[in-house]
Write a protein that binds this ligand. Structure first.
Ligand SMILES: [Zn+2]
Length: 104
């Protein structure tokens, strides 16, 4: 049976040893998925794995940060890559990274 894109993303994020960017996720599942679409999948994945596992599993995000001044985007309303740093105006932004972790 073919797994849906969402299920494949979940598998990749469960098995990875380090948090991945949306580009890395897209290449790991072997299907080109637009970055914006991956972020949307991640929003749903965060909810569904928490519900399915009764809170034992969760999607963790390393927040994006500015590579020039080190500013960290801690207060994002949803997962995305900001286009510009509010502190130094640089567009050299490191995208957020994701991994599925479980509480044992
Ligand atoms: Zn900056």
């Amino acid at each position: 049976m073919d797994l849906t894109i969402r299920e494949r993303i979940i598998q990749v994020l469960r098995n990875t040893s380090k948090p991945l960017t949306v580009d890395e996720i897209s290449s790991a599942i072997g299907v080109y998925v637009d970055a914006r679409e991956v972020y949307e999948h991640l929003v749903h994945i965060a909810k569904s794995i928490r519900a399915r596992s009764g809170g034992r599993e969760y999607l963790a995000m390393d927040p994006p940060f500015c590579r020039k001044c080190g500013y960290v985007f801690r207060d994002l309303d949803k997962p995305r890559k900001p286009s510009r740093c509010p502190r130094c105006r640089s567009e050299w932004i490191s995208p957020p990274r994701f991994i599925i972790l479980s509480v044992d």
